[in-house]
Design a protein around this ligand. Sequence first.
Ligand code: PMP
Length: 405
Amino acid sequence: DENVCPQAAEDPLFGLMAAYKRDSFDKKVDLGIGAYRDNNAKPWVLPVVKKADDLLREDPNLNHEYLPIAGLVDFTNAAQKLILGPESPAIKDGRATSFQTISGTGAVHLGALFLSKFSEQKPTVYLSNPTWANHHQIFSNVGLQIKTYPYFDKKTKGLDFNGMMAAIKEAPSNSVIVLHPCAHNPTGVDPTEDQWKQIAALMKERDLFPFLDCAYQGFATGSLSQDNFAIRHFVEQGFELCTSQSFAKNFGLYGERAGVFHWVVAPAPGAQDAVKRLASQLAILQRSEISNPPAYGARIASKVLNDPKLFAEWEEDLRTMSGRIIEMRKAVKAELEKLNTPGNWDHITSQIGMFSFTGLTEPQVKAMQEKHHVYMTKNGRISMAGLNTGNVQYFAKAVDDVVRN
Ligand code: PMP
């Protein structure tokens, strides 16, 4: 029945991808989905991933058996060290539990589901405005109420820190505050370390729960161990928290769906028992939804994370990706300045990570697509990795045209 099951709109991002595929124009540009592309606009298999893949295939004992419910232990342990830091007090005290999930999306979902089932009162979830669009669906699908906190300042094209702090201050205690610990999607704007400290102090005072969704470790500062500053800081401040971790972007394992969900219990007597109880309930949720996670991507990441030599090669690959993105930021800004395009374009180089929030309006974005065959999301976000030395000039000219007309 149409009233019971009405037609839903197509997912905007995947719809955009389909529209790009249908377009036969030879200079079309895809800046939609956040997936790394090399300078020839081709998907890039990280050399270290190729190497790990080859090593796996050489192993005569490799099989297709199920993983345990919580996933591949070597992988989740290494992932825990990566995101919490190897010296994390949460790891040392045995206060953390980790479940392998269907990439970052599955990790956010598992956390959302757990919070909806195991909170004394259903908490309100605060999302940054704007945020990754799927956050809204994931948290509301498990029956949690959503509010937003200001994040992006349209005037400065930077962080609306005061607005964010004011909203957090008003949130009822036990609310869940979803934070992007690095390389915020879609804005490319992150709090400074000092601002993170202020956010954590306020959340502590107001008794709020941090949900740190980390999809871009390695893409913000270019250093894996600096990109988890916010997470380390919240743990050091003694919070109970959870964090979702995606290996889609930083390993280029998008479709293999490698991710981990971590929960850290606050340091208190009985913390280890609490973490055991928690893990037992997470296991039931996981079993009923996916039974056990996919093995292949986790095996690849695990090989790299657990081998110091491969790990160093991975860091090199990460620098290749983030370095090319930074070069493209500089190139876009230089081209726009050369064209004297009206407006200030400093934010293109000050924003970080995979995306840039251009500030183009919805009608301008429409013109970019219809007139110039440049595909980007309605909110003006571009995936920087879609640009390369072959199309950056074309892109800048298109921006110049839609801004002037
Ligand atoms: N969180 C955020 C903020 C993201 O940007 C993404 C990727 N678009 C994800 C989670 C999860 O992505 P995936 O499921 O592909 O790991």
